[in-house]
Design a protein around this ligand. Structure first.
Ligand code: COA
Length: 166
């Protein structure tokens, strides 16, 4: 699959929402449980004031994945100064074909340029694919959030991985 990686723009919001909503509907990987619409996607991944970067990967004119990196924005889960948190989504049916890795190469460059010193990835403990992906990029475990409830109350641990930028 020939991939082109570029910055996300507001015009991408609808396609990015559609891509992530398919992942949310399947369940079990992303921590998101509510679907996005173009406005909430724009607010979360494109126009967010704390955004460091958001890249999309395209193949044959279609968005096949995106990756956002943002400085601390959640008052209930603050990150240390210099840290940013990452989220990666590859189109269902097109995983394990290099989309996430191609996005991370660009995100890492943007992180360095922005002076980010460490990247957090907080992943559901039952998301074996996500854990394997970030481990493959060089992330290592640094914390575990125990029993974070899903919308239905079911507790699911979150594994926190970090990537230090030197
Ligand atoms: C996790 C996710 C982003 C990975 O993206 P991807 O495009 O499939 O990843 P890549 O093809 O670039 O894989 C990069 C490396 O990770 C490994 N990897 C990716 N997914 C894997 C999996 N499910 N199991 C084992 N290894 C995996 C690949 O084998 C590859 O290794 P290599 O460099 O030795 O070839 C994708 O599966 C996804 O969107 N999942 C649903 C959403 C999600 O869980 N996001 C993570 C939490 S934010």
């Amino acid at each position: 699959m020939s991939l082109a990686v570029r910055h996300a723009t507001r015009e991408d919001a609808a396609e990015m929402a559609e891509l992530i909503n398919t992942i949310i509907a399947i369940g079990g990987t992303t921590a998101y449980e509510e679907p996005f619409d173009p406005a909430s996607m724009d607010a979360s991944y494109i126009s967010l004031p704390e955004l460091v970067s958001c890249f999309v990967a395209e193949a044959e004119g279609r968005i096949v994945g995106f990756q956002g990196l943002m400085r601390s924005f959640d008052p209930d889960d603050t990150l240390p100064d210099g840290w940013a948190t990452i989220g990666t989504f590859a189109r269902v049916g097109l995983t394990q074909r290099g989309v996430g890795g191609a996005l991370f190469a660009r995100t890492l460059r943007a992180a360095r340029e922005a002076g980010i010193t460490a990247i957090d990835a907080t992943i559901r403990a039952d998301n074996t694919g996500g854990l394997a992906f970030y481990a493959r990029q060089g992330f290592v475990d640094y914390d575990r959030m125990v029993g974070v409830p899903l919308r239905n109350g079911a507790p699911v641990d979150r594994i926190r991985k970090r990537f230090d930028i030197r």
